[in-house]
Design a protein around this ligand. Structure first.
Ligand SMILES: Nc1ncnc2c1ncn2[C@@H]1O[C@H](COP(=O)(O)OP(=O)(O)OP(=O)(O)O)[C@@H](O)[C@H]1O
Length: 313
């Protein structure tokens, strides 16, 4: 097991300085989680649900208020150095890079912290720079990098120590679609290499594409852990029926929630797989041939659970 968290609770004191005692915010509320070795595991949930707090505890940069967590068999509080030596961290944003150094120098600096011998570090840095598409900008100062380029350097940085587990916290923020696509490929490669990946994202398509399983977090608690497909099945998720070029009224059929016309395509939202089948049979019975059932996606399940408020696009 790469990650084993038991009853993790983390409280923050908010409003210190302007309120006498401050409010206590419970960011994690007795959260337990297992991530087997080699799994790509997604953490999904609305803003403020505790994902970053969990990532920070597992990365040993924050201690829990109570509960325990083991990463790669080491306790994140009492054996933090052992965890750090085997862990890669890629947090979103622009923190943690040295702007007055080149991309290559940044990687070699981080390799030294991981105690990688300098000849090996040079080779590894070059490989990683090529892998994240920064080969030609390797010798430019980081301060000249765009946001997306810094983000790609973050990816390389997280991998320089050949980690057994990589924690990615919103890694594709600021990346263009090509870089985001390359990121998905990188995750697939890491999985092939046997690396465990913990990935926080608001991009449901990304989670669906790369994650073996996802955990939905709400209010600092685990709501569900499942494969993306399994989650879609488990939920009361809406099934859509799509048909090309129809002018037949289906709004009265049982379980139909909404009928949306998008150009030549009619999309019928139903409340269950059974209702979708009913609409399908109805349309087939009236001679419609180009008709299909579209099962709920992870994004549908997420919206059902959290409402549009939790979605960042
Ligand atoms: N340093 C802090 N001081 C006080 N409260 C904090 C602090 N860090 C986080 N919180 C609070 O803890 C809760 C969980 O925050 P966290 O950043 O873990 O959520 P998240 O799921 O990562 O959110 P997002 O999707 O916006 O990144 C929120 O209510 C947040 O306001």
């Amino acid at each position: 097991m790469s990650v084993r968290a038991r009853h993790l609770t983390r409280k923050y004191r908010r409003g210190k300085g302007w309120r006498p005692n401050g409010d206590v915010v419970t960011a994690l509320d007795s959260l337990s989680l297992d991530v087997p070795s080699g799994e790509v595991h997604g953490l999904l949930g609305p803003n403020g649900s505790g994902k970053t707090t969990l990532c920070r505890i597992l990365s040993t940069v924050l201690t829990p208020t109570s509960g325990t967590a083991h990463v790669l068999g080491y306790n994140v509080v009492t054996e933090a150095a052992d965890v750090r030596a085997r862990l890669g961290i890629v947090f979103g944003g622009e923190r943690g890079l040295y702007w007055k150094l080149t991309g290559r120098q940044n990687l070699q600096y981080w390799a030294a912290l991981y105690k990688v011998p300098s000849a090996v570090a040079r080779q590894r840095a070059q490989k990683l720079l090529d892998r994240v598409g920064l080969g030609t900008e390797a010798n430019d100062l980081v301060e000249t990098y765009s946001r997306g380029m810094k983000q790609r350097l973050h990816l390389a940085r997280g991998l320089i120590g050949r980690p057994k587990l990589v924690v990615f916290d919103e890694p594709t923020i600021g990346m263009d679609p090509v870089a985001a696509h390359d990121f998905r490929e990188l995750i697939t490669e890491l999985r092939t290499e046997g690396c465990t990946v913990l990935l926080t994202t608001h991009d449901m398509a990304e989670a669906e594409a790369v994650c073996d399983r996802v955990t939905l977090i709400g209010g600092g608690r685990v709501l569900a852990t499942e494969t993306p497909r399994g989650l879609a099945r488990l939920s009361a998720g809406h099934h859509w029926v799509e048909a090309d070029d129809i002018d037949i009224d289906v709004a009265h059929l049982p379980g139909v929630v909404e009928v949306v016309r998008q150009g030549a395509v009619t999309r019928v939202k139903t409340d269950s797989e059974g209702a979708a089948r009913g609409v399908l049979d109805f349309l087939l019975g009236r001679g419609v041939r180009t008709v299909r059932i579209v099962p709920p996606t992870l994004a549908d399940v997420y919206l059902d659970l959290f409402g549009a408020r939790g979605m960042e696009v």
